[in-house]
Design a protein around this ligand. Structure first.
Ligand code: PA5
Length: 433
């Protein structure tokens, strides 16, 4: 079976022949620190074994989905950051691959405080038959807490308290937090986010698995992909054989060449939320102590017509990482047109994927010529199995890359600053102006 591969073909021009070997000892040391649990944040490494450890929970998750899915047409997922992006990334990536699935639509809440957003959501819920997953590790994050209060109130008015409680699933800490307490008191079906798994590393816990399964996608295949990538990554500490180490090595080499910005690029719009998840993973893990590669993302060819100019000709501070997808899931032909007034008949015999690939190849050549190195990650196709592989690869690379940068990749102290100010401004008890 084909595997995800990382190519340095389009970084070669920018790196000396020996550079991968020169950085390898540092990468290996960071990797050892990670897998031996001896570095900073080592109490948050439960994610390394999650694809294996979570197996015992799958039958309960499936029973939960079966209990609700035939009664509802809509599933509301409430959460923010790591309690939201992994599920959305997988669901959006797979929505076209599994086009025939019979599953409720997914609506998201708790990732904004926009009043108009909630007004729209409530209009939709008036006309939906829905259930809810409320997800918060701390159980106290303001955005999902506000959303849950609004949605819970709507559900209790629509269905009555007891039936609303039957339709609510809480995913939170085992022992503490407001959400934990509400769930206990109201008797919601509850799932635990393990203490040793941080939010942005929690996609393979019920945080990601329940919404993904409810959306009709195979969490078994997703986890199989993650397990296979885990096995591959734990087998070797060579930057040639281990794709996570290869990726961590390449991005750190480019960072050291005064390229502090990494653009994750795809020619598949449905991977857009994979990029959003990746941005949080790397941004929150590495951006500290005045260090870190700034993660940014673009979707081509769309963004070639907005940001392409900057990438080609702007400040030479960036490198790109292309998510190259070899095979699409579906086929759409370019129709024959006798008159050929648009001059497109030369493309008639090509598939859209062939055309998209040539656009991708042309872009890499142009950006390389313009001074932008490109790391290429090849996915054989977009399905649950390869998305599972990709997410695990990024998680492991992130841990290794963070230790290579000499930061603690598993905390996020900077996220608290805005909260303190917001609470003061809002007059939250205990936060004096
Ligand atoms: O990665 C993280 O820890 C954060 O992004 C959190 O996931 C995010 O802040 C949401 O926190 P919580 O799940 O506690 O509501």
């Amino acid at each position: 079976m084909k595997q995800i591969e990382i190519s340095d073909k389009f970084t070669n021009k920018f790196l000396s022949d020996s550079s991968l070997h020169e950085i390898e000892p540092e990468i290996q040391q960071a990797y050892q620190t990670l897998v031996s649990h001896s570095g900073a944040g080592n109490d948050f490494l439960g994610w390394i074994d999650l694809p294996v450890d979570v197996a015992s929970q799958l039958s309960r998750i499936q029973a939960e989905i079966d209990r609700l899915k035939n009664d509802i047409d809509t599933f509301v997922v409430i959460g923010i950051g790591g309690s939201y992006l992994g599920a959305r990334a997988v669901i959006e990536a797979l929505s076209s691959a599994d086009a025939k699935r019979n599953a409720p639509r997914i609506l998201y809440a708790g990732n904004t405080i926009s009043e108009d957003y909630y007004w729209d959501l409530l209009q939709q819920l008036d006309n939906s038959n829905y259930a809810v997953a409320v997800i918060s590790k701390s159980g106290t994050t303001t955005e999902p807490a506000i959303a849950f209060r609004i949605v819970k109130d709507h559900a209790e008015r629509k269905y009555g308290k007891a039936e609303a409680a039957r339709r609510i699933i809480a995913i939170t800490d085992a022992k503490k937090g407001a959400l934990h307490d509400i769930a206990q008191q109201q008797g919601y079906s509850s799932y635990i986010i393990p203490d040793n798994v941080g939010g942005r590393f929690s996609v393979f816990t019920p945080v990601g698995l329940i919404p993904i399964a409810m959306a009709g996608h195979s969490i078994e295949e997703l986890l199989q992909g993650a397990r296979d990538m885990r096995e591959r990554c734990l087998k070797s500490d060579s930057v040639v054989e281990n794709p996570a180490l290869r990726y961590a090595a390449l991005r750190n080499l480019l960072y050291r060449q005064q390229r502090p910005v990494e653009m994750l690029v795809s020619f598949e719009p449905r991977l857009r939320y994979i990029s959003e998840w990746w941005k949080q993973l790397f941004g929150e893990s590495e951006g500290k102590d005045g260090k870190g590669i700034l993660p940014h993302s673009l979707c081509y060819t769309t963004d070639l017509h907005s940001m392409g100019q900057y990438v080609q000709d702007g400040q030479r501070i960036l490198f790109e990482t292309f998510l190259h997808v070899e095979e699409s899931n579906h086929r759409v032909d370019i129709p024959h047109d006798e008159q050929d007034l648009d001059g497109l008949s030369y493309l008639e015999k090509k598939s859209l994927t062939e055309i998209n690939h040539q656009a991708e190849q042309g872009t890499i050549m142009a950006h390389n010529a313009g001074g932008v190195p490109v790391i290429q990650i090849t996915l054989p196709t977009v399905n649950a199995y390869y998305i599972g592989q990709l997410l695990y690869l990024f998680e492991l690379a992130c841990g290794v890359s963070g230790y290579t940068l000499n930061v603690n990749p598993f905390d996020q102290p900077g996220v608290e600053a805005y909260k303190r100010n917001m609470f003061q401004l809002l007059g939250k008890p205990g936060y004096n102006k």
